[in-house]
Design a protein around this ligand. Structure first.
Ligand SMILES: [Mg+2]
Length: 260
C-alpha cells in the first residue's frame, strides 16, 4: 500500500538528486542493521555479543525516549557508538569479517526493486547520497557485493578504521539517528548536487526527514518505508509526502514519482 499525502511528482526535464538512509530503507525492514550484523554471526567471541547487548540495553531506551533532552540523547548516542567501536577493537574485528557478513542474505538484503532503482539512478546520472547511522564499511561492502557501488553514490556514515586488517577504532565524526541533519558533505559532492530542481528523500524513521536541511519544502519529495511498529501511520503522514508499506517495491518509487 502506498499512501499519498502530497501528490508531488518529478517532471521529466527536472534535475534531481536522492538522499537515502540505508538500514531499513535500502535494505528490507527485517534486515539486521549494520551495527547488529556481527552479533548474529560466530565471527566474534560470545563475550562480544554479551558486551554489545549490555550497551544496547543501556542506550537504546535513551535513543527512543523523547521525554529526555535532545542534547542529552545526542551525547549518549555518540557515547554508545564509540563504546561499541571499542568492543570491535577489544575483540580484534577483522576487516574481512565485514565483507563476509555483508554477503549473508539472512542478515541483510535489498528491498524489492532497490537494485533496479540504483541502476536507474546510475543510468540517469542522478547523484545518490546515503546518510547512515550504521557502519559505513558495511554499507560499502554490501553495495560492492551487489555490484552497485557506482560512482554516482556517496556514503556518509560511521567508518571503522583498520590497521593491518584489524579494527583500531572509529572515525571521530559519529553519525547517529539524532544528528543526521548535521552531516557535512565534502565540497566535490556539494558541487554535484547544487542547482537541482528536486530532492527525493528516502527514510524509515521520522528523524530521517532531517537528512536534508535548508531546502524549501516544495523542492523535497519525502518518502518513508513504514515497517517500524513504534510509528503510527498518522504520525508518519505529518512528516512525509508518501508512506510506503513494507512490502512495496522500489519500482513503485520510479512509477509513482516520475511523471512520464
Ligand atoms: Mg534506517
Amino acid at each position: 500500500m502506498i499512501i499519498t499525502v502530497n501528490n508531488k511528482k518529478i517532471k521529466k526535464e527536472e534535475k534531481i538528486y536522492v538522499v537515502a538512509d540505508f538500514d531499513g530503507t535500502l535494505t528490507k525492514g527485517n534486515s539486521k542493521t549494520s551495527w547488529s550484523v556481527l552479533a548474529n554471526t560466530n565471527l566474534l567471541p560470545e563475550k562480544y555479543i554479551e558486551d554489545r547487548q549490555k550497551l544496547f540495553d543501556e542506550y537504546y531506551p535513551i535513543e527512543i525516549d523523547t521525554s529526555l533532552s535532545f542534547d542529552y540523547r545526542q551525547n549518549k548516542m555518540k557515547e554508545w557508538f564509540k563504546l561499541h567501536a571499542e568492543l570491535f577493537v577489544k575483540y580484534h574485528l577483522k576487516e574481512e569479517f565485514i565483507k563476509q557478513a555483508a554477503k549473508n542474505f539472512d542478515f541483510m538484503e535489498f528491498r524489492e526493486g532497490a537494485k533496479e532503482f540504483l541502476d536507474y539512478l546510475k543510468k540517469n546520472n542522478i547523484p545518490l547520497i546515503i546518510i547512515s547511522e550504521g557502519i559505513g564499511n558495511f554499507v560499502k561492502a554490501f553495495l560492492e557485493y551487489k555490484n552497485c557501488m557506482f560512482n554516482n553514490i556517496y556514503i556518509s556514515s560511521n567508518m571503522l578504521k583498520f590497521k593491518d586488517g584489524i579494527c583500531v577504532g572509529i572515525e571521530d565524526n559519529i553519525i547517529h539517528s539524532l544528528n543526521k541533519n548535521e552531516v557535512s558533505l565534502p565540497e566535490h559532492i556539494k558541487d554535484k548536487i547544487k542547482n537541482k530542481d528536486k530532492i527525493i528523500l528516502l527514510g524509515d524513521k521520522i528523524d530521517d526527514v532531517r537528512m536534508v536541511n535548508n531546502e524549501p519544502d516544495n523542492k523535497l519529495i519525502k518518502i518513508i518505508w513504514s515497517h517500524d511498529k513504534e510509528y503510527k501511520i498518522e504520525e508518519l503522514k505529518k512528516y512525509y509526502d508518501y508512506v510506503f508499506s513494507d512490502e512495496e517495491s522500489y519500482l513503485d518509487v520510479i512509477n509513482n514519482i516520475w511523471e512520464c
